[in-house]
Design a protein around this ligand. Sequence first.
Ligand code: TYM
Length: 343
Amino acid sequence: MNEAVQTSSDFTPRVFSGIQPSGGLTLGNYLGAMKRFVQTQETGVQSIYCMVDLHAITVWQDPEKLRNATRELCAGYIASGLDPKKSILFNQSQVPEHAQLGWIFNCVARMGWMQRMTQWKDKAGKNTQNASLGLFAYPALMAADILLYHATHVPVGEDQKQHVELTRDIAAKFNHDYGVDFFPISEPVIEGAATRVMSLRDGSKKMSKSDPSDASRINMTDDADAIAKKIRKAKTDAEPLPSESKGLEDRAEARNLVNIFAALNDQSIDQVLADVGGKQFSEFKPMLAELAVEKLSPISGEMARLMQDTKEIDKILQDGALRAREIATPILQETYRIVGMVG
Ligand code: TYM
């Protein structure tokens, strides 16, 4: 990748990120993404958050469930603290420029780049011949999401780092091939204690909405009893908690619970361990459950309230799409001009 072409510092700072409306939101989505989106919004930098429904259909989605999940995700964004007046909230399919720029990037990205993507390998599994073409091209559409807004910063969890790096490669290749300095080389922003929240049942696996075991994750719609029960049953080891983070090495499950505590309570790992070092899990788990319920219950309550008025949610999404298009349209037009389309 040719860093010399240009860097994101040449562009006005702008943040873009997205979440798939493909089933319930997990604590991983909240701590790895949404909570950090809210912090970014408060810095005042222009922020655009998308419900990536075009990405969701790269694997089968029941239409009614997709519609509901998109609205629920919008409710989740707002309930977590995003303000649709400050940030732009919209669903991807309503801004057709995403698919249009995605096509251009399908022609820039190389097959070999896509084949290296770990998410492709994980999701396609052994039977790659039966995976959708969309699943293979997924990262080119993600690059289009980001670059359609000339976004300079992309807050994501650890698992999306490779896709943002591919976005940088696509931007650099486009700029190089057409001899322009048009797309920024966007930075992934992967910060905080919970950029990779792990399964509560297996500390080597990511917490995920697609895990068959519901006990492996905390869903943003779980009630207080379910949250407390899942934390009580979370896999741990027999040792007391250490007083320093070094003591969490080789203790994946213990580290995960401490990370979750730190992220929920806006503390560093060391601050948490200074308080809880020496405690047994029988003491720490109820503390974590209480904290999780305190922080998550207001969000799930507000999500349920917002979901009672889906018309209002749809209005927010329509307004967001209009505002997003104001930024996206001239960037797509200029891309077409650079590429040589007559318009
Ligand atoms: P998705 O929908 O899988 O996840 C949305 C966000 O949540 C983060 N995340 C996690 N963070 C920490 N621990 C976990 N266990 C965990 N699980 C999920 C993800 O890293 C992500 O930030 N391809 C993206 C969606 C996307 C996108 C974009 C993101 C499409 N276009 C443009 C940024 C910019 C995805 O599938 O995320």
